[in-house]
Design a protein. Structure first.
Length: 199
């Protein structure tokens, strides 16, 4: 074995370095050209174009992480961040019913009753047997109606109160006169009835 190696080292072809052969210069194709030619086919994309692949273990881990962060934000009364973290978790897995309810609670604290109601409706649509979501939705609609009533948006308030009554017809929606009944009087200018402002 050493004899053949020694013979190779003595061979003049073995001792001369190979010449450097330059590569031909090719004009690179712009990325949008490939997209235009091949459309959405990923066959010709490089690994840089495709981005990181999401594995099965990454998503549940991130969902758990977002849940913990959202729950901490609820405890710290940082409602906006709680909404953000629960939204991120729901973006990864839209079937997480409890996350809709938790996000609704944060929206309630932000007085965004429309968004809270939307989240509770979504949670109830996933679990219609869970009456807690329905009860909470009726409560949120009551709050939304009360806010509209106080802003003298009587027609909108009445519609919201009626929705709450439809959800729980056996419950009184409001005990202080805001219950659906005769519609309150509205001035022609759309303002609240009351004494004329002094000029």
């Amino acid at each position: 074995m050493t004899d053949s190696r020694e013979e190779l080292e003595k061979d003049p072809l073995y001792q001369t370095p190979s010449q450097h052969i330059p590569k031909p210069w090719v004009t690179p194709a712009p990325k949008d050209t490939l997209q235009r030619i091949f459309g959405t086919s990923q066959v010709f994309w490089t690994s840089d174009d495709l981005g990181p692949a999401v594995t099965g273990s990454t998503v549940p881990h991130k969902v758990r992480e977002y849940y913990q962060q959202g729950h901490q934000c609820l405890e710290k009364e940082d409602w906006e961040l709680a909404v953000l973290f629960f939204s991120r978790a729901l973006h990864l897995d839209s079937q997480l019913v409890d996350f809709y309810a938790l996000r609704a609670e944060a929206y309630i604290q932000l007085c965004d009753f429309s968004s809270a109601a939307q989240n509770l409706r979504r949670a109830y649509s996933f679990q219609p047997e869970n009456t807690k979501y329905l009860e909470r939705l009726a409560f949120v609609l009551y709050l939304q109606g009360q806010c509209l009533f106080e802003q003298c948006a009587f027609r909108d308030a009445l519609n919201i109160f009626l929705q709450a009554c439809e959800l729980q017809p056996e419950q009184e929606v409001q005990q202080d006169g805001g219950c659906p009944g005769p519609e309150p009087e509205v001035q022609q200018d759309g303002g609240c009835p009351g004494p004329e402002p002094e000029v």
